[in-house]
Design a protein around this ligand. Structure first.
Ligand SMILES: Cc1ncc(C[n+]2csc(CCOP(=O)(O)OP(=O)(O)O)c2C)c(N)n1
Ligand SMILES: CC(=O)[C@@H](O)[C@H](O)COP(=O)(O)O
Ligand SMILES: [Mg+2]
Length: 641
């Protein structure tokens, strides 16, 4: 029988097994967990760098605290792979981020060790405080421990939570996982502050501890720890770090990969904390895997890869990504218009704003994980006469919605929202679905809402957004590659509120909004084989709607089907409002609105997810046939069905 490469990890069925192990064995377990993470993610892809950075933390926390009674909450949750391996899901790691497999984030329904779901950042401290209150009011809950990264702690919501927790004074633990990285290198004053806390400290190797816990330390560490803490806090009067000023006991910075520091510090903190405690751990994103550590993005999000070479499997799309098309188009427009600026909330690469930044660095603003701020910041730039392109994924723009309403739409300021990852996104699952932006934006007065049917349309929409100065405008497009359509030299400015007809028919009309047009066209080919005559129209705008087009389609067809990559309450709803209010439904038009279903859809490939949503070409075909049939026979409507 071959010798196991993970003999110590093999003895861990769950965290309780860790609590019976000595520190040396725990260190071995950590090394074996790291090996397991690299091996698993090389076959599934995923958030490798962040997970490698918290291997020791995950082992130590589960070894010291009494999970699942103690609630361990991972901020964002993208770094949860070691946690999942240690909490009974090791055998399912190969299903990570796949249909019917493990979620790539923590998820309540997946395990009792996941007390709170995540994926959107900066929620963990709020959740920890909620559990702490539950405990203190008699609910069956132990300690609450939030593990939050240096990127995530820079978001407003984290301050709201620390402000409340520090004032409330309840016992809870915040472990700051400081690896000096967000997805890109971190930005902002908090990042600089954290770096100052250990960059020049000659005792950085020392593990400085808050006075309250020095007594628990082995004698040799006690005195020097006290002095190190005073040095770290910037003066010998011992006044607090930012966190202490907020009411937290501060411990750190300590080496988040050194079990001989982590374990005594966590044990001391657990033994003595009477209020909120922040333990500052310095870690390395991608720790222990050279290809990750040496990569600019620390292998934040990787596809499958070869462990030996680190080479990632590259998909060979036949078309550029929507993200790149957007970044290139915006940069071209910016070369002609000096008022164009780009804004991203910590996602320069993901949004394509990094392309603009390469050409015009002084006109790009990465505000950190701060979508609320990004929107209002953009609103004021628009009020000053600039042309801000606020590029935020559909799902993350949800974080700044009140700012869109209150600071942009209500003041009718010409902010341009570039909404990437519209529709279903695949492996990131339900938390990242760009499902709701059409509904939440088209409901707003003054707002213009567009959706690109393909990458060529996206270029036109960027040009249209540049030219549109009379109020806010949003354009949405999906994650991934375009359709390989012919690309225009330069974007043409579209007429606001005007759609386009791709083909005229008589039996059934598809009114498509956005990138599901390709599926509509495929369904049409099937319908035409059955002798049906089909109209295909691309609405281009959910607001303002092309009323003339919609009324004409309703008048000249017995069946009208709207299609969108979004939830109910979006484009189809807008069409229904207009048709109903104008009496166009009174003569009995057969109309159906194809949207995402009223439920969340778990991770899979986008095609699998759209199949789950009932939005494939075959679903569309069946729907059209059902509308063009009589007594179960397909009777083309134009033939007097
Ligand atoms: C509200 C929100 N905005 C943006 C993101 C995208 N995002 C995921 S992880 C991440 C960086 C997190 O940095 P940090 O907290 O330092 O964790 P690390 O990856 O360094 O472990 C970002 C911006 C998100 N998940 N949620
Ligand atoms: C964890 C997180 O929120 C980001 O890393 C997100 O997964 C990025 O999504 P894309 O891969 O679509 O850029
Ligand atoms: Mg980080």
């Amino acid at each position: 029988m071959t010798q196991s490469l993970t003999p110590n990890l093999d003895r861990v069925a769950g965290p309780a097994d860790l609590r019976s192990m000595d520190d040396a064995t725990l260190t071995k377990v950590a090394n074996e967990v790291r090996y397991e993470v690299i091996s698993a993610v090389s076959q599934t892809g995923g958030h490798l760098g962040s997970s490698l950075g918290v291997v020791e933390l995950a082992v130590a926390i589960h070894a010291v605290f009494n999970t699942p009674m103690d609630k361990l909450i991972w901020d964002v949750g993208h770094q949860c792979y070691p946690h999942k391996i240690l909490t009974g899901r090791r055998d399912r790691m190969k299903t990570l981020r796949q249909k019917d497999g493990l979620s790539g984030f923590t998820k309540r329904s997946e395990s009792e060790y996941d007390p709170f779901g995540a994926a959107h950042s900066s929620t963990s401290i709020s959740a920890a405080l909620g559990f702490a209150v539950g405990r203190d009011m008699g609910r069956p809950t132990g300690d609450a421990i939030a593990v939050i990264g240096d990127g995530s702690i820079s978001a407003g919501m984290a301050y709201e939570a620390m402000n409340n927790a520090g004032h409330d004074g309840r016992r809870l633990f915040v472990i700051l996982n400081d690896n000096e990285m967000s997805i890109a290198p971190p930005v902002g004053a908090m990042s600089s502050y954290l770096s100052r806390m250990y960059a020049n400290d000659p005792l950085a190797k020392m593990k400085s501890l808050a006075e309250g816990f020095e007594a628990a330390l082995p004698a040799p560490m006690r005195e020097s720890a006290k002095r190190a803490r005073q040095l770290v806090t910037g003066n010998l009067q011992g006044s607090g770090t930012l966190f202490e000023e907020l009411g937290f006991e501060y411990i750190g910075p300590i080496n988040g990969h050194d079990m001989s520091q982590l374990l005594p510090v966590l044990r001391a903190a657990r033994a003595r904390a009477t209020g909120p405690v922040l333990i500052h751990c310095c870690t390395v994103k991608g720790k222990g895997y050279a290809h990750a550590e040496n990569s600019a993005d620390k292998y934040h999000g990787v596809s499958k890869f070869d462990v030996a070479s680190g080479a990632q499997a590259k998909s060979k799309p036949n078309a550029p990504s929507y993200t790149k098309v957007f970044g290139d188009a915006l940069t071209d427009e910016a070369a002609r218009d000096p008022n164009i600026v780009g804004v991203t909330a910590a996602m320069p690469g993901g949004t394509g704003i990094d392309i603009l930044a390469k050409r015009f660095p002084s006109r790009v603003f990465d505000v950190g994980i701060a979508e609320q701020h990004a929107v209002t910041f953009s609103a004021a730039m628009a009020a000053s006469g600039l042309k801000p392109f606020c590029a935020i994924y559909s799902t993350f723009l949800q974080r700044g919605y009140d700012q869109v309403v209150h600071d942009v739409a209500l003041q009718n300021l010409p902010v341009r929202f570039a909404i990437d990852r519209a529709g279903l996104v695949g492996a990131d699952g339900a938390t990242h679905a760009g499902a709701f932006d059409v509904g939440y934006l088209a409901a707003l007065p003054n707002m213009t809402v567009m959706a690109a049917a393909d990458e060529a349309e996206l270029i036109h929409m960027v040009a249209t957004a540049v030219a549109h100065d009379s109020g806010p405008i949003a354009f949405r497009y999906p994650r991934g590659s375009g359709n390989g359509v012919e690309m225009p030299e330069r974007g043409q400015v579209l007429e606001i509120g005007k759609g386009r007809v791709l083909q005229e028919g008589t039996d059934v009309a598809f009114l498509s909004f956005g990138a599901h047009l390709a599926e509509v066209e495929a369904a049409t080919r099937l319908l035409e084989k059955d002798g049906l005559s089909v109209t295909i129209a691309d609405a281009r705008f959910a607001k303002p709607l092309d009323i003339d087009l919609i009324l004409r389609l309703a008048r000249t067809h017995d069946a009208l089907i709207t299609v969108e990559q979004g939830a109910r309450g979006g484009f189809g709803a807008m069409v229904l409002h207009e048709l109903a209010d104008r009496g166009a439904l009174d003569r009995g038009l057969k109309i159906r609105t194809v949207t995402l279903p009223d439920r969340f859809i778990d991770q899979a490939s986008p095609d699998e997810m759209y199949a789950d949503a009932g939005m494939t070409r075959f679903d569309l075909y069946k729907m059209a046939v059902s509308l063009a049939s009589k007594d179960g026979k397909i009777v083309p409507l134009s033939k007097g069905a």
